[in-house]
Design a protein around this ligand. Structure first.
Ligand SMILES: NC(=O)c1ccc[n+]([C@@H]2O[C@H](COP(=O)([O-])OP(=O)(O)OC[C@H]3O[C@@H](n4cnc5c(N)ncnc54)[C@H](O)[C@@H]3O)[C@@H](O)[C@H]2O)c1
Length: 401
């Protein structure tokens, strides 16, 4: 089959890499550098090997393009574009809308359209299908389906092949064709009764994480006030063999999913007259963690951070990836700046962030570890400043969250 994948980021490129082992894949993206690099076999995504990309290019089964007309004769188009929040933290479907326009303007016959971008229940039925129909000059009877992506970039044990995949079409035929497509490169397919169930399940998976992370972050604050070690408490609770799942405290949540997706659920809930109180409170707690950490550090340092040189260690949102989207390091830097500190950051995996390069691990009055990559040694972090505050629980000998 000819499969076009709109968006060649974390999700789109990952699917492209797997699908191109079986199908002819066109990876359409608007980013010139991404497309140019991909066509030279250079992957910008953890988990997609440049060598695999090169092999697919050589076999003629993968090509990236900036030209939307190349999707024309596709059998299947997969949408994998960002679904962020806008300035007031409401769902922003601008990218989905532009992908719908690309499809409407370029496909030349009836095809299967699958959305892998994360969005609220009803997106494929009430938003994507009507948008494509509205933009299409020639009307085709397309099939529509949803299969939310669960990829966890940087993860080694679960990948596109062995991660169970939910799917559902708007019609029985769409469901069957979606199954046929994914079964060529995924081992475990789970059909659900409607696209809305698949869309809601994806949002709930990430909401579950967001709420539990907030809960454990609140416990970290309670424990500190009580003089109890929160991580020891969690280890102790985790010895219960049933009914408990351990989450770890941190500087907050980051990435394109956990801080964002729950607000999609909260928004759709509000539209049907239900207030998603847990999601709102979890957002507040997680977004407040950087301020809490800054206040703790201030208290430990004679009550003032004015003019203190603070090194933020690890600005990626999680270990061993270069992704800085929604990183809590950003809010922590703001909070420390507000208290008068002079901030630098160090992250060899990220390298360059907001136009500046990673600083060496040295010469600070205070170091704060937000993310601990495997390539950064704890001993080097401990040597970088006389006072080191660790939000990760991985730097033994530092002051712990
Ligand atoms: N990153 C993850 O770990 C992850 C996991 C599961 C689901 N998701 C979801 O998948 C979707 C995509 O996320 P991502 O992390 O891959 O984003 P990303 O930012 O890594 O990649 C998106 C790509 O889409 C391109 N793009 C935007 N609009 C386009 C258009 N109209 N036409 C063509 N290309 C366009 C961008 O240039 C970018 O390269 C989101 O809905 C996200 O919530 C992400």
């Amino acid at each position: 089959m000819k499969v076009s994948i709109i968006g060649q980021g974390y999700v789109g490129l990952t699917i492209s890499a797997h699908a191109s082992r079986v199908h002819e894949v066109i990876g359409f993206d608007l980013n010139k550098k991404v497309v140019s690099d991909l066509n030279q076999g250079i992957s910008h995504i953890e988990g997609v090997l440049s060598s695999d990309l090169k092999e697919a290019i050589e076999n003629g089964t993968y090509r990236a393009t900036l030209d939307p007309s190349e999707i024309a004769t596709s059998d299947i188009v997969v949408i994998a574009v960002p679904t962020p929040l806008d300035d007031v933290r409401k769902p922003d479907l601008t990218y989905i809308d532009s992908a719908c326009k690309v499809i409407a303007d370029n496909v030349t016959g009836p095809i299967l359209i699958i959305n892998e971008s994360t969005s609220f229940p009803g997106t494929i039925r009430n938003y994507i299908k009507p948008a494509i129909e509205k933009y299409s000059k020639v009307k085709f009877d397309h099939l529509y389906a949803i299969s939310p992506e669960r990829v966890d970039p940087g993860r080694k044990d679960f990948n596109q092949k062995n991660t169970p995949r939910l799917y559902a079409g708007l019609t029985t035929e769409a469901t069957a064709k979606t199954r046929e497509f994914y079964s060529t490169f995924c081992d475990n397919l789970i059909e659900v009764s409607s696209p809305e169930v698949a869309e809601a399940a994806k949002l709930f998976e990430n909401t579950f994480r967001q709420v539990n992370i907030a809960l454990v972050n609140e416990l970290a604050q309670i424990s500190h006030a009580l003089g109890i070690d929160v991580r020891e408490t969690l280890e102790a609770a985790a010895t219960k063999p049933y009914g408990f799942m351990k989450f770890s405290p941190s500087a907050g949540v980051g990435g394109h999913c956990i801080p964002v997706d729950p607000s999609y659920l909260a928004d759709v809930a509000e539209k049907v007259g239900i207030e998603a109180t847990f999601i709102k409170r979890a957002n507040e707690v997680n977004l407040d963690m950087p301020k809490y950490i800054a206040r703790r550090i201030e208290k430990d340092n004679s009550g003032s951070l004015k003019g203190k040189k603070i090194l933020v260690v690890g600005v990626a949102y999680k270990p061993n990836v270069a992704d800085t989207r929604e990183t809590p390091a950003e809010l922590l830097i703001d909070a420390l700046n507000d208290l008068g500190a002079v901030i630098t950051w160090s992250d060899p995996v990220v390298g360059n962030w907001h136009g500046s390069d990673s600083s060496p691990l040295a010469g600070a009055d205070i170091a704060v570890v937000v993310t601990k990559h495997d390539v950064v040694a704890s001993e080097d972090i401990l040597k970088s400043a006389p006072y080191v505050f660790d939000t990760t629980g991985k730097v033994k000998g530092a002051v712990q969250l």
